[in-house]
Design a protein around this ligand. Sequence first.
Ligand code: BGC
Length: 753
Amino acid sequence: MKQITRIMGIDPWKITANKIEIEQRRLQESLTSIGNGYMGMRGNFAETFSGDHHQGTYVAGVWYPDKTRVGWWKNGYPEYFGKAINALDFAKIRLFIDQKEVDLATAEVENFELSLNMKNGVLTYHYIVAGVRVTAERFFSIATQELAVFKFTFENVDGDLHSVRVESFINANVHNEDSNYAENFWEIYDHGTTENGSYILSQTVPNPFGVDQFTLLARQEYLGDFDITQQIFEDGAVIDTLDEVLPFSETLTLEKRVTVLTSRDYDDLSVMTNASVALTDSLSEVTYDELFNAQTEGWATRWELADVQIEGSDEAQQGIRFNLFQLFSTYYGEDERLNIGPKGLTGEKYGGATYWDTEAYAVPLYLALADTSVTHNLLKYRHHQLPQAQHNARQQGLKGALYPMVTFTGVECHNEWEITFEEIHRNGAIAYAIYNYTNYTGDETYLAHEGLEVLVEIARFWADRVHYSKRKDQYMIHGVTGPNEYENNINNNWYTNTLATWVLKYTSEALSKYPRPELNVSADELEKWQEIITKMYYPQDEELGIFVQHDGFLDKDLTPVAELDPKNLPLNQNWSWDRVLRSPYIKQADVLQGIYFFGNKYSLDEKRKNFDFYEPLTVHESSLSPSIHSILAAELGYDEKAVEMYERTARLDLDNYNNDTKDGLHITSMTGSWLAIVQGFAQMKTWDGQLSFAPFLPKAWKGYAFHINYRGRLLKITVNDSVTIDLLKGTPIDLIIYDHQINLTDQYKCSVS
Ligand code: BGC
């Protein structure tokens, strides 16, 4: 049985705790992160907490290029490593009651309660200390994304007269947890005070790579019962002191509003300053309740479409909502310059903003749960970065475009050779997302225009990256890392070879449907692509009836994971890297990822044989993995396995399954629990543009229900002792349910088979 750590209470809509986790505060902070896509914050206390913790506030798209430093420089390495940097700490206060500072790591605190309400993204905690009940409430506005609101209430509970002092900070003197060389990424450009607060203007330190420096202008202002008694600038922070006396049975409130503007939106400093002042002024007309209501309404609209209801398991219910909540707090598609980083706005690990995770795992969810324009934006993001992807290919001496494994701008910014040079399968996922969008929406205009421009360059990359083996009269791809990062420099990764050929084929077909003479794809080039398609080599084993992960995989010691002493797990925390690489253990779906992508191309028998072979060797040490196994298990009728894999993805962070949630949430794999329910349990497929379902109900549940957007319709799928499909919006649609073809006009009901 895998060890889990569950520090938060079970509630269908809330993440709760009734104690301050002194030893595991980082974990508690990760789990109470909030964000609005524009900026986000770990669940740090505003007040001082002197224990071990990780203070982190992040502004989307604000980063720093840190010089790549390695012992042995290899040609083709990216010049720099891109880091998501900790932005200004604007939540910070120092709270003094009767001149004594409240340090939440050491203070004698009673009645502590913490609650993150996923219905509206409001984080609240309260406690009693020194005769005063303190309530802190915060949210990052989704109506005005530059705004963060912090409201404190102080209630006299013991009848003595108390003095309350709040020192309110915007602190630019922050550090990155993952900084290699203890650098400071910010320098202060300007700071000052206003009648009702203060501001700080800071800029990322210069870099030698020509990457734009970022500027942040953060401003704090107050409402409520307190008066500003002092304003200073000290040690990289503006600090406003606010004082008030708290008489018997009275309550004081202090609302701190912070606005953060960035040079991403304003290239001119004076324009940015004017906009910041104007925003603060306009907000001063708006009450707290109005801001709060707008927040609640904004989230209600999101939930109306996205919510998945599970009956019979509050744990599962909380898990799926938490994942959707955190995913949408990271990205809701409003800004096409942004993307979805593996830790979102909840931590720094992994550095960059954009991985193949977006195309492989997030796109299917956003297609169904948001407006089509959201996925369109994600596709456009890659289209805008085509020149950089061409640059990446050139860096490796290759033609066409190589999309980066890790990036902010399109230029590869990850510098481990086995990833940068070898994990080229990512290029396939970028192309696959174009197919996915086109197939799901039925809208071919993106494919015909921007899509083909991307596809042709990716196809050119593959055509150059393959080599011809004279001996076998076949094309091959050597020296790669597949999705399974627990093996490097392998030859003929089945998944990579499959995707490469598929791209060549899909691109050729799209070109013949939508000719694009200006892309200069010559007849010779097309012929060459065709030859590669025909003569590609795929490792397979006839006897086992499986696609082989790569040449040589079957010669490993294929002892199943179940036979390992559990104390070896997770392997990446217990074994030397060398031992991991030599082992047969698979970090994440690899062959099975390919079978999942092209589900209509393989028979059930092929799927079963491959699943039965690879699942026992898979350790799922990438959080991206279990959802794919869950979906395939469900299709194969392995219901228990499907549920087991679902549980790993649904509560991965809430139960700290991989023992690393303290570093931040696994944002990109949060899509996995939704995928497992919708594409797994409900078996929703859109193969060849035909929508179909074949649901089953997990034994422990009484029912589940979800909505999807599909080609202008809104459908509701409810599964309990029967299956009900409601057409809530849009024109009638042909569907397949189990094996029945139906035309859905309003509602269809059948039993679960
Ligand atoms: C996985 C990659 C993934 C990255 C970011 C790694 O652990 O192996 O597939 O892109 O995490 O989520």
